[in-house]
Design a protein around this ligand. Structure first.
Ligand code: ADP
Length: 296
């Protein structure tokens, strides 16, 4: 089983020739509305790949929240522990994209910012030792800390995807089974600039010395650096033609959780995650790009 605790957003995207400057109105372009949020993306990724997924999140009492819930249900995700906030709206991201594919994004976390430890107690009580807990950083840090501590007490393995990049309390590191930063996040956590396997090894060493049991640093098209107490090395990504790398990291983390819940070895699990993420980058969109098991 997999328990994902995290954010759910609705992405509203306008793709036009240029990005609007302050005070400017840009007319023309096309509008898309997509489900998003790192928590939701990772939950959907894991469910499509065959994971038994429970998603814990908070949405607003509005049409976006209702749509998100319906979508999760369609994916076969257990939504029993998703709560509805009475006051805050659902999380929304407003995204402008220009012809070159550059973007400008404003996110209002809304209900995601109200996901509190009290909202999680029941879900965590239900967790058994063979569950994999998967977390990101788009919900309050106090809630992330609570989940990590509770899971550690119960001997449950936690994967922390430390995204978006944020400084973390050092006391959390020894409680993690696995941390999965990308290059930018690894640099923020370690102070080491990560651009290739050699620098990833240095950053992973640092994270290991801070107490993290296992470290995976994702390196985009290069693949992922895996660092455990008994094995370290690069697991290369399959070579593909990338069209849109949005949610590559989310796909990677969801897939990783699925493989670990199936008791695959870490190196096997990383190879599986690299394959799943490689499929996702060949397709447009976030959740729309996430593959089913047979496609991997
Ligand atoms: P994020 O999306 O969080 O920035 P990365 O860019 O490191 O993270 O991508 C996560 C994973 O997705 C990589 O470890 C790799 O397995 C896969 N991936 C990303 N970009 C590509 C690509 N161009 N070709 C193949 N795999 C990719």
């Amino acid at each position: 089983k997999i328990l994902v605790v995290g954010s759910s957003n609705t992405d509203m995207v306008i793709k036009a020739d240029k990005l609007p400057a302050p005070g400017e109105t840009v007319l023309g372009g096309t509008f898309f509305m997509n489900p998003g949020g790192k928590g939701a993306n990772q939950a959907v990724a894991a469910a499509r790949l065959g994971g038994n997924v429970t998603f814990v999140a908070k949405v607003g009492n509005d049409i976006f929240g209702q749509q998100a819930l319906a979508q999760f249900q369609q994916e076969g995700i257990n939504i029993n522990y998703i709560t509805v906030d009475a006051e805050q709206p659902s999380g929304v991201a407003l995204i402008n994209v220009n012809a070159k594919g550059e973007n400008c994004i404003a996110v209002a976390p809304g209900a995601n910012g109200q996901l509190m430890p009290t909202d999680l107690a029941a879900a965590l009580d239900s967790v058994a030792a063979d569950t994999i807990v998967l977390l990101q950083l788009e919900i309050p840090l106090t809630t992330v800390e609570y989940v990590i501590r509770k899971s550690y007490e119960k001997n449950v393995r936690v994967i922390l995807n430390p995204a978006p990049a944020q400084i973390l309390p050092p006391a959390l590191f020894p409680l993690l089974y696995l941390i999965t930063p990308n290059e930018t996040e690894a640099e923020l956590l370690t102070g080491i600039r990560v651009t290739d396997p050699a620098t990833a090894q240095k950053a992973a060493n640092k994270l290991q010395s801070l107490g993290v049991a296992n470290i995976i640093i994702t390196l985009g098209a290069k693949g992922a650096w895996l660092h455990t107490s008994s094995w370290l090395g690069l697991i290369p990504a399959p070579q593909v033609t990338a069209t849109d790398t949005t949610a590559a990291g989310d796909c990677f983390n969801g897939a990783l959780a699925v493989a670990l819940a199936e008791n695959q070895y870490l190196a096997e699990a990383v190879a599986f995650a690299c394959k799943a993420a490689a499929v996702s980058v060949t397709r447009l969109g976030a959740q729309a790009s996430l593959p089913k098991r047979a496609e991997v």
